[in-house]
Design a protein around this ligand. Structure first.
Ligand code: ATP
Ligand code: MG
Ligand code: MG
Ligand code: MG
Length: 479
């Protein structure tokens, strides 16, 4: 079952059950406090926290997501992409626990011939909050065996926004891939080690009004007047199970890039070593970069632009470690566009523009890689000569600031040389630079703009189109 077929089944199933189907929002988060859309619920935050009323009591969507915090997991676990698609169904004051559990069970285990996914019900383990008797009872009613309902604490299975407001327990569906993937879960866990249990769907029951308190240590003041359901299922995770492959990178929307990486490097995927991880990183990062450019992000030195730069540069570097010194994007990116444009036709329509941005970034990196590597090698030689163990934070900062080396590339190159990096100092310098930029911007706001510079540009370029609304970003967080 192709990934797009699963997405279509999702949409059809929830449309049939009276949900309004919302199109995916941009990866550039509609919520200004977030750099990226990290979950299906992001476009609906005002309806969930109750600052706005949804025009539809039931909504379902297939939302494009970016989670940069998962970047280190990519290629190493079977299930973490920096880009992925989250299937979501939402109820704002309409159905609650019973409805959400019934829908999840029917869609996962109902017959394929009727538009469901047809998974074996015996494979599912569900984690709940240990005080959520209601969820436990509904799970038993649909047919989940007591032995596969895992009771967890509030620390482990409870959603909140980090501040007073709505909060509530979760019920997460995990698929048992079988004994060949690790030990069986016994004694109240679904994490016995290994890759056996795959979390695929999180049902969040937005039930309580919570008070002040650190972490999960807050009072549940009362039940909310308008309860909400917010669920998220991983499309790629379902796809990898349905396609009978070993991980999400081998699914139909990602693997074509890995196939290209094999072809370019002459290496065969599947041997199980570092090269496999590198190819999975390439498969993931090229697609994430593509989707970001498709949503209007351009490479830069901070915020979203830096995340995109980091993804592209990490792919180029991974290809280099696979032994490819030539340009790679002109081969890899089209493979990803072809794999994704059935679902996102705008990618093929904007092909030339997207390709130009990615290819320019690769070329720029290839140039700075040469200069930066010389600086890096000299610094490493000095560290070794002095008998030190770590590259200074200042050197790491120069590599970032002047040569556009994302910190993880510096860390990886240092590790290859058996040395560490003074990351604390690097972060401190980054912070100082950000504060300087902020202070500069503030000073400029109140003071006089440098009209000379402006006139120079106007003379050289003529009047330019004002594109700040399309191209500038509001959030400044750097990852
Ligand atoms: P995990 O524990 O595996 O990191 P999570 O608990 O962080 O997942 P949720 O925030 O509950 O994930 O998101 C809902 C669903 O989205 C998950 O159950 C999973 O199917 C999917 N998902 C989350 N993160 C990723 C990712 N990085 N790549 C692919 N799918 C993901
Ligand atoms: Mg996670
Ligand atoms: Mg989890
Ligand atoms: Mg989860």
């Amino acid at each position: 079952m192709q990934t797009s077929e699963i997405a279509k089944r999702w949409v059809d199933y929830f449309a049939k059950n009276d949900h309004h189907i919302a199109p995916s929002a941009s990866l550039v988060s509609p919520d200004p406090s977030l750099l990226f859309t990290v979950a299906g619920m992001v476009p609906f935050i005002p309806y969930i926290i109750g600052t706005d009323t949804s025009p539809h009591p039931r909504i379902a969507s297939v939302q494009k997501c970016i989670r940069t915090k998962d970047i280190e997991e990519v290629g190493k676990t079977t299930r973490h992409g920096t880009f992925f698609q989250m299937l979501g169904n939402f109820s704002f004051g309409d159905y609650f626990k019973e409805g959400a559990i019934n829908y999840a069970y029917e869609f996962l285990t109902g017959p394929e011939a009727e538009g469901n996914l047809g998974f074996d019900p015996e494979r599912f383990w569900v984690t709940v909050w240990n005080e959520d008797a209601e969820a436990i009872s509904h799970l038993k009613n649909v047919g989940v065996d007591e032995s596969r309902i895992v009771r967890l604490t509030r620390e482990e299975n409870f959603w909140d926004t980090g501040q007073p407001g709505p909060a509530g327990p979760c019920a997460e569906w995990h698929y048992d891939r079988g004994p060949e993937f690790g030990p069986e879960a016994v004694g109240g866990t679904v994490d016995p080690g290994g890759d056996r249990y795959l979390e695929i769907w999180n049902l969040v029951f937005d039930q309580y009004l919570r008070g002040e308190g650190a972490g999960k240590d807050y009072p549940l003041i009362r039940e909310l007047d308008q309860k909400a359901i917010d669920t998220g299922a991983g499309l790629e995770r379902i796809a990898y199970l349905k396609q009978g492959v070993a991980n999400m990178y081998e699914t139909d929307e990602v693997f074509p890039v890995i196939a290209k990486a094999q072809e370019l490097s002459g290496k065969t995927y599947g041997a199980g070593g570092d090269d496999d991880v590198r190819m999975r990183v390439v498969g993931d990062h090229v697609r994430s970069a593509l989707m970001l450019i498709g949503d209007g992000v351009t490479p830069g030195n901070e915020g979203r632009g830096f995340v995109l730069r980091r993804l592209l540069r990490r792919s180029v570097r991974a290809m280099k470690l696979l032994g490819v010194d030539e340009r790679t994007m002109p081969e890899l990116l089209p493979a990803s566009i072809d794999a994704m444009s059935a679902t996102y036709p705008e990618l093929a329509a904007n092909r030339a523009k997207i390709e130009a941005i990615a290819y320019n970034e690769e070329d720029a990196f290839r140039r700075t890689l040469v200069a930066g590597t010389t600086i890096f090698d000299t610094a490493v030689a000095q560290v070794k000569k002095a008998g030190d163990k770590a590259l200074s934070g200042t050197d790491a900062f120069t590599l970032h600031d002047t040569y556009g080396f994302p910190i993880d590339i510096t860390l990886e190159m240092a590790a290859e040389q058996g040395i560490q990096v003074d990351e604390a100092k690097f972060r401190e310098l980054m912070k100082e630079q950000k504060e300087r930029a902020r202070a500069d911007a503030k000073a400029k706001k109140g003071g006089h703009a440098d009209v000379g510079v402006y006139n120079g540009i106007k003379e050289a370029e003529g009047l330019t189109e004002f594109r700040a609304y399309q191209e500038l970003t509001t959030a400044t967080e750097i990852t």
